[in-house]
Structures are given as C-alpha cells and as structure tokens.
Design a protein around this ligand. Structure first.
Ligand SMILES: NC(=O)c1ccc[n+]([C@@H]2O[C@H](COP(=O)([O-])OP(=O)(O)OC[C@H]3O[C@@H](n4cnc5c(N)ncnc54)[C@H](OP(=O)(O)O)[C@@H]3O)[C@@H](O)[C@H]2O)c1
Length: 333
C-alpha cells in the first residue's frame, strides 16, 4: 500500500479520543487526522476546531463512507465498538479500536474473520503492549534475568467520588473487569501465556455491575497469577513478575509506567526507559507501520491475544455473574 501520511478518522469525541488525538500530533511525518465523527454536530465541530481537523461529521457512518480516511480509531464505550468496527471493515477501512474491542469473544472472532475476508487491518488498542517500559520488562523476562516466571501479581483499581457514568451502566458495558481488569489479565497473559485454570470472585452492585474482582490463574508449568480490579479503592496499581532468580516490578499505573525495578542476585536496580507523550502514539506508530506493509494484523497487537483475552473475560464474567445485553446473540448467521 503506497501510503504517504496515514489519514486517521477519529470516531467519538470523549476522553480517550481526545488523549489519542493529542498523541497523533507526535507523528507529524506519518499521520494526519483527516476527519472526526461524533453523534453530535456540535461536538464534532468543537473537536475539529481544537485539533485543526478539516472534516467533521455528525454520524460515524458518514466518516467511514467519506473516502477521506485510511484508518479509523474507535473511542466509544465498549458495546458500540463491534458495529462500528464491522461497518468499517466491510467498507475496507482499517480499524484501531479501544479495549476491549468487543463485549464477547464471539464478536471479536467475527471481526478478525471480517478483517481477513476484506483484507483490511484490524487491531485492538491495547496500548500497554506497545509501551517502551513494558517492552523492556518483557525483553528482560525473555532474556531469563529472573529465571522461569512463577508468580505474577497485578492490580488495577481506582476510586473517584463521581465515576464516569459509563462505568456503572450495564448498557454501556460498565464494571471494573472490562474497563480495568483487562490490563492485569493482559499483563499476566504476556508473562505466562494462557492459563490452564481460571477462578474468579466478584462483588456486584444492585445493577449487576462488578465493583471488585479477584482472579486466580493456574498454569500447567506450576506458575500462578493473582489479579484484581475494582472501582471502590485507591490501589497501589502495581504489577510484578517473579522467578527463582529475582523479580521485575512495575510502579503505580503499571500499564504505562516511567520506569521499572529489576531485582536479581546483584541487587535492585531502577531502570528508566525514555518515553514521551501520553503513550498512545506508540500503538498508532505500530498501526502505521503495519498499514505500510500491507498487513491486516499489527504484530505488536496480535489477533490471537485479543481473542484469548476476550475468551478469558467471557469465562470470568460467567463465573462472577456479570451479563450484558447481547451476550447471547447468535453471530453464526
Ligand atoms: N486506552 C486507554 O487508556 C483507555 C482509557 C479510557 C478508556 N478507554 C476505552 O475507551 C472507550 C471509551 O472510554 P472513554 O473514557 O473515552 O469514554 P467517554 O469519555 O464516555 O467517551 C465515549 C464517547 O463515545 C461516544 N458514544 C457513542 N455512543 C455512546 C453512548 N451510547 N453513550 C455515551 N457515549 C457514546 C461519545 O462521543 P460522541 O458524543 O462524540 O459520539 C462519547 O464521548 C472504552 O471502551 C474504554 O475501555 C481506554
């Protein structure tokens, strides 16, 4: 594909779309934001004015059909991801979609199949995977600096007196697991792979939204992972991977840290890895690289990882009793 500057279309004008669009400006030679779409004309115009975007639409579909973009970034609540991604892939427009890409593994599987059918790139915006600090940690693990990993511990819980409404609304895919739990799960998955056994407990509110979740994963190798997420506590928000020869520790907001601590027989060492921006341009750069190579899958954001995490989310939700509208939809037809 002879792409010069990749033309991005931003779908939705909320919190994360704003963060992501700020970071795209860090790739001036490779990316241009060509269009934005919102459900409201006023929001689309305001967002376009803020970022100097030439085209603004009051309808997501019109942006997809405009012919003005090579790739869309989807920043809506989770339940809306599937239909928007589907429409784009069918139109041959590449998709980078926020996490979790869908509510169920069946939906993710369908999108991956559609990407293959239409030879169109599809990726989940699991930005933690492309963070340089995280990559350095997993490079250490790969080099065997702590030996064979035996334990992973990670938590992702925060509390605000006024939580964003979508986090407590079942119709918007609310709950801590889908929003935050996906990070400790992905962290453990990157360290240890897919577990052989998963056990989860959760405390739900009266609307069936999970406010506190604890997960225990077991591996045939003998390794285990202990993972939590929640919306009611100010957690350390840290992660670690430990083996017989030491451990790798990630500090507060472990999914986009500024450094990590490597502890081995020679002592504890703080490793600073230079990062810049908010951290979203790293995933965007990977998408651009893949588009230029004509790929339909971004190597750093692999389809198999997206699908397996969604399968683990399905299983965890089933164990703790969290259900969403559409969970039983039959996608086979
Ligand atoms: N990667 C990260 O660091 C990160 C961080 C936070 C969230 N996320 C993910 O990003 C997604 C959005 O989160 P957010 O925090 O940006 O949410 P948000 O601030 O509420 O923004 C979501 C936007 O989606 C659009 N939208 C479409 N249908 C909607 C509906 N029925 N109700 C409400 N909004 C609707 C709205 O934009 P328009 O009105 O312009 O159409 C809204 O502003 C979630 O899937 C979340 O998991 C990722």
């Amino acid at each position: 594909m002879g792409i010069d500057r990749v033309r991005w279309g931003i779908v939705a004008t909320g919190n994360i779309s704003t963060q992501f669009t700020h970071d795209l400006a860090l790739l001036p030679d490779d990316a241009v934001v060509a269009a934005v779409a919102s459900r409201s004309e006023e929001s689309a115009r305001k967002f376009a004015a803020e970022f100097g975007i030439p085209n603004a639409y009051d309808d997501y579909r019109r942006l997809i059909d405009s012919g003005e973009v090579d790739v869309i970034y989807i920043g809506t609540p989770h339940p809306q991801h599937y239909a928007i991604a589907r429409t784009a892939l069918q139109a041959g427009v590449a998709v980078l979609c926020e996490k979790p890409v869908t509510l169920t593994a069946a939906q993710a599987k369908d999108l991956i199949a559609l990407a293959a059918e239409h030879r169109t790139l599809f990726a989940e915006a699991m930005w933690m995977r492309t963070n340089p600090v995280i990559q350095a940690v997993f490079a250490d693990l790969e080099r065997g600096v702590i030996g064979e990993p035996q334990q992973v511990v990670a938590d992702f819980a925060f509390h605000k007196p006024a939580l964003p409404a979508r986090l407590l609304d079942p119709a918007l895919g609310g709950g801590s697991l889908m929003d935050g739990g996906i990070y400790p799960m992905t962290f453990a998955y990157l360290a240890l792979g897919r577990p052989a056994e998963v056990k989860a407990v959760g405390s739900l509110n009266q609307d069936g939204i999970d406010l506190n979740v604890a997960m225990a994963w077991r591996y045939d190798s003998g390794a285990v992972a202990a993972l939590t997420c929640g919306l009611r506590s100010q957690n350390p928000w840290v992660a670690s991977i430990s083996g017989p020869d030491g451990n790798l520790q990630l500090p507060h907001r472990f999914h986009h840290p500024e450094y990590y601590v490597r502890t081995t027989a020679s002592g504890a060492e703080r490793i600073d890895v230079p990062t810049h921006g908010r951290g979203y341009h790293y995933e965007a750069a990977e998408v651009i690289r893949a588009l230029r190579q004509g790929l339909i899958e971004v190597p750093a954001l692999p389809h198999a990882g997206t699908l397996e995490i969604l399968e683990l989310l399905d299983e965890t939700r089933s164990q703790i009793g969290v259900r969403y509208p559409g969970d039983d939809d039959d996608l086979s037809g």
